[in-house]
Design a protein around this ligand. Sequence first.
Ligand code: HEC
Length: 143
Amino acid sequence: MKQIPSFLGLMAILAVCIAQTSCQSKEEIFRQQYVVEGMMQYEKHCENCHQKDGSGLKDLYPPLAKTDLWKRLNANQIACIIKNGQKEAILVNQKPYQNYMPGNAKLEALDVAEIITYLRDKWGNDPRIFPLDSARLALKNCP
Ligand code: HEC
């Protein structure tokens, strides 16, 4: 008596798992591509200053890992910082920074989308893709 429902239950769980992985995987594979491309862009354009582990450098470059950045700024604002740079006084984890980050005029919207997807995945505790369309729109509306 007891074994039958649990066997059926197991089959039901299995069926749901199979269904979920197969419908997730296409989007997830696409997102992972963004993450990998974003990582390569990060190494090329960001790592010199913000460091490979995102810890930043002394009083010069703010961290991108373990930071309140994700509470202060949304992805659209980060897209504009990446593209146009920044030179304002900012407070990061209560610590003041005022330095110059050069812009990346040559980066395409796709590059920016990939970098943000990577940053979110790695340090933002946010495994969502930042889609190309959103990056295009954000960059169009930069202040
Ligand atoms: C030449 C060094 C340098 C490079 C290269 C650089 N940054 Fe920065 N970044 C800075 C500095 C300096 C600041 C702080 C600027 C300020 O004081 O307003 C900053 C600020 C930021 C901020 C805002 C931080 C916060 O907590 O408000 C983000 C996000 C950011 N950078 C991301 C990136 C990304 C992504 C890249 C690569 C595309 C990049 N940076 C490349 C130096 C750099």
